[in-house]
Design a protein around this ligand. Structure first.
Ligand SMILES: NC(=O)c1ccc[n+]([C@@H]2O[C@H](COP(=O)([O-])OP(=O)(O)OC[C@H]3O[C@@H](n4cnc5c(N)ncnc54)[C@H](OP(=O)(O)O)[C@@H]3O)[C@@H](O)[C@H]2O)c1
Length: 342
């Protein structure tokens, strides 16, 4: 939380450009490695969205990129192979699968040999269904923790020996929801908060090895993270099936069925230009003195400041207004609107 006080101005363009120019021969992704002539990075979750854009961006800049993907035969992986240079390698990597993490490690270490890896970007993540924390099934909490937290921790632990050789960079893609509480994101936010705390502790511990660690807390960027109507129907059905009858009655079926509107309307409040996010990740990877925390996107820094420096009631009011949740649970409505909805 003290991080907002520490957030400084980003490095000048010059500071960002210099390492890039020096690294024309280099590659990077979820894993990077570094030698005198080569700078490699490794990035997971590159099938789509931010990871996909990052992989392309870094490849364009001349890095050697190892892009971990959930499905090596999927359209995202195929698009990366088609549109990127031969420096980029696509690796099969489900970050919840220890065998695949080990295989990715072996593939990367064989390629980088003694050079080490310059960067690891833990990007893969899932949002899951957005609903009141009381309604979310335990499986939603577990899935968020498995991917967003345990997966990133296991990948970091596996690849850190390569980063220590290069005194490189670890970049963790957390979320604004990992730094400030946001209604309907209890599972996602808690898993990202765990990732952010992990990043902070790793930053402190790894500095003695010369490794710099940054965590990124983006606000909304337009990607496919919200899922599809088919997925929401499945998640909604699962949620309904796991609710205790009295909880279902108190919240009301109409309230529960309206939950998915949050995900439906999410893209309209998200920025479509990913460049602030890409710039921040690049800064975290290349700046001589990167920040420990980056907050790209609309209101990401503002919300954190309000949360840190204002009374909690004011923060709750601000975030409630920003997310604008209109419908009340059935048991909290006046008798008139209750009868209308029964
Ligand atoms: N978009 C935003 O507004 C926003 C805001 C804050 C933070 N973030 C964070 O940014 C990161 C990227 O999100 P995004 O917006 O680009 O969403 P996205 O398009 O859904 O990308 C997430 C990526 O993670 C992959 N993935 C999911 N589970 C995985 C697993 N078990 N192993 C390996 N890869 C896995 C997905 O693969 P498939 O495509 O094959 O499912 C996808 O490529 C996430 O960590 C997210 O939490 C995003």
């Amino acid at each position: 939380m003290h991080a907002c006080g520490r957030r400084q101005k980003l490095e000048s363009d010059q500071a960002k450009q210099q390492p890039v120019l020096a690294l024309r021969q280099v590659s990077w992704e979820l894993l990077f490695f570094f030698s005198e002539t080569t700078f490699c990075k490794m990035l997971e979750g590159s099938d789509s969205g931010i990871g996909h854009a990052l992989a392309k961006h870094l490849d364009n800049l001349g890095f050697v990129v190892f892009a971990g993907v959930l499905n090596k035969e999927g359209p995202g992986a195929e698009a990366l192979k088609r549109s990127c240079s031969q420096r980029l390698s696509v690796l099969q990597l489900d970050i919840t699968n220890p065998t695949q993490i080990r295989e990715a490690y072996l593939a990367v270490s064989e390629k980088v040999q003694n050079a080490g890896l310059w960067g690891i970007i833990n990007n893969a993540g899932v949002l899951g269904f957005a609903a009141d924390g009381e309604l979310l099934p335990m499986s939603a909490y577990r899935q968020c923790m498995d991917v967003n937290f345990f997966g990133a921790v296991e990948v970091s632990k596996m690849f850190l020996p390569l980063l220590r050789k290069s005194q490189g960079r670890l970049v963790n893609m957390s979320s604004m929801a990992g730094g400030v509480p946001m209604p309907r994101l209890a599972a996602y936010g808690a898993s990202k908060a765990a990732l952010s705390m992990f990043s902070g502790v790793m930053r402190q511990e790894l500095s003695k090895w010369g490794i710099k660690v940054a965590v990124v807390h983006p606000s909304g960027f337009r990607t496919c993270i919200q899922g599809t109507p088919e997925l929401w129907d499945k998640q909604e059905k699962h949620l309904m099936e796991n609710l205790m009858p009295d909880v279902k009655t108190d919240y009301g079926e109409d309230y529960i069925l309206a939950l998915k509107n949050f995900l439906l309307h999410m893209p309209s409040s998200c920025g479509s230009d990913l460049s602030p996010l890409l710039d921040d990740v690049l800064d975290a990877l290349l700046a001589k003195s990167p920040h420990g925390l980056y907050t790209p996107g609309k209101n990401a820094y503002l919300a954190l400041c309000i949360f840190c420096y204002f009374p909690l009631w004011f923060y709750d009011f601000f975030i409630g207004k920003s997310l604008c949740v209109k419908i009340l649970p059935r048991a909290l409505r006046g008798p008139e609107s209750k009868s209308k909805n029964t």
